[in-house]
Design a protein around this ligand. Sequence first.
Ligand SMILES: [Zn+2]
Ligand SMILES: [Zn+2]
Length: 369
Amino acid sequence: MQSAAALFREVGRPLSIEPITLAPPKPTEVLVRIAAVGLCRTDFHVMQGERRVAMRPMVLGHEAAGVVEATGSAVGGIAVGDHVVLTFIPGCGTCHWCRQGLHHLCAEGARITQGPQLDGTYRRQDRSGADVGAFCMIGGFAERTVVDQASVVVIDREIPLDLASLVACGVPAGVGAARHRARVQPGDSVLVVGCGGDGMNVVQGARLCGATTIIAADIVAAKLDWAREFGATHGVIAQGEKLTQAVLEITGGLGVRHAFVCIDPPTTLLPAFRATAKAGNVVVTALTPDTVKEIAVPPLELFVTQKAIMGAVYGFLSPRLQIPELLSLHRTGALKLRELITRTYRLEDINRGYADLQAGRNLRGVIVF
Ligand SMILES: [Zn+2]
Ligand SMILES: [Zn+2]
């Protein structure tokens, strides 16, 4: 089967729109027609060489929702016609973590930048016959994809698929960081540094948890306006020591109970750490380029202030639990999804979409097929 796809061929170059040949699904796999796929910053980090992948060409794209068109002979619980969200960490179901229901920690997650399918073989070829990888075992920047059932969550058919794509990455990453990693409590104070796709969802996650002080920090004023719509109570345009000072002023010198580092940890982690109250949490939700090997935090300061620095991937909860839960919260009006989509694009315009993201014009751009 032929499918148009956006291929990552060279670091620092635009994605290349080309036809690929897609092989039929193997026994545990499904063929999915992609309906919508979000332009997450992680794919851009790959395009810039800041998040290395093991091969090229590769179809990027990992925030996808679509409709099942065919299933392999051994697939269970997924049928043709089902509406699905694809998960960027497969839940293999058998590793130490998956057996405990912790699919976001699946041992196979270490392989999502490698390129092949979960079984180690390829389903995509370019015009020359060369194997094409699939980022996150998804390869969502394409009309169609073949993925293992471990990467599939079936959802309610009534949910528009453009909105469903958002709960594949950005929404669970942000909302879950507040709800499941930091476990924000009613009345808590929160700082969110970087109000892009992840950060905005931390803001609404903190609001859902009942935080009463939600400080949004960014260097783009428009994002602070957006953040207020999602629940921020304060906005700070500052970075470095000035950011720390501003947060300490707002919190009467104490600092916040929870700080979230949602952009560029090498420059924002220490100011966020210092804006956090004693015994508070600092949660890192953003990717740091492979080239950065360490971030300095004075150890004595860590010890005496008794703060916790923690990572959160995929909102620290199995996507199989979190995706249906988030869609239910949306249905009741508690979670904003439509408001996250700034612009939609056709696949051919994907590079313009990433230029808009880089220029700070998009909260979320989504490719709609
Ligand atoms: Zn993402
Ligand atoms: Zn697993």
